[in-house]
Design a protein around this ligand. Sequence first.
Ligand code: ASP
Length: 330
Amino acid sequence: MTHKANIVVIGTGGTIAGQGKAASNTSAYLCSVLGIDEILATIDPRSLAVDLRAEQLLQTGSENFGNEQLLAIGRRVAVLLAQDDVDGVVIAHGTDTIEETAYFLHLTLKSAKPVVVVGSMRPPSAMSSDAALNLYDAIAVAAHPASVGLGTLVVANDEIHTARDVTKGNSFKVEAFRSPYGPLGYVIEGRPRYYRHPCRAHTLATPWSAGTLASLPQVDIVQAYGALEAETVNALAARANGLIFAGTGNGNVPAHLIEPLRDAARRGVHVVRASRTGSGIVLHNGAQPDDLYDWLSVDDQVPSKARILLMLALTQSRDVQTLQAVFERY
Ligand code: ASP
């Protein structure tokens, strides 16, 4: 008999657990209604040679996920991965902040076992829902030996993305997830096919452990526009340990905000230049003399995930050069 992979599927809510009044409700429906057992009942995993176990960890839209929820998911997945009778974990999750949770797990889980975060853009009750197939594909990916050692993956719309790169780039379409350098592979007929591997450090090669992290420092994001006032920046900087400044274009900072942001850095707030464009590199010392101002820059990371990375980095160091090296490594 062939070995069946033991996969734990964790429910946390989201559209994949949603329900509309009619099948035509593809965008107007209640989120986080179905339990994980009910969602799993919509698929037939017999063709996948897996043994499934389900547990409900949370039941809420991912727009509500703060650091507490990230830590709770990380802790639970870390415990499961340490068990000999668990080969992989699937997390059914809202799509709004799937990229943040997935990246957090990618950076903090101390295991090579596959972890797949999955959501859907349409609830199971809708016409042409992507919920059942995405979940089926996610289980197939988590159970496959080719997924071992790749870090946390996000599966949606027949594609397998690395947690480092993926972002939600559309508010309603099934084709909502993008990685700037493309997905790692596809899932077809319950089998993953990989065409590339993540090259930045993750899971076993990071210093952070989801199992032991007790809290995360305050890091906020502010998005630039010409009329953004210094008072807004100052208010955020007054309470934060780090501030991701999502500048226009290649991380540009309006002239009237340079001094407020330099002041923040002088007071020990770690200011990070990012871009509000959604992709591309913010070159260190490019548009601004970052080293002169003790500012950091994100390399190619988007603001939402730069926030995750900076929170983790700040649990270990406050040194500007060390922190900048983190943005180049992960
Ligand atoms: N608001 C939902 C969530 O992120 C949307 C979704 O799941 O697609 O939880």
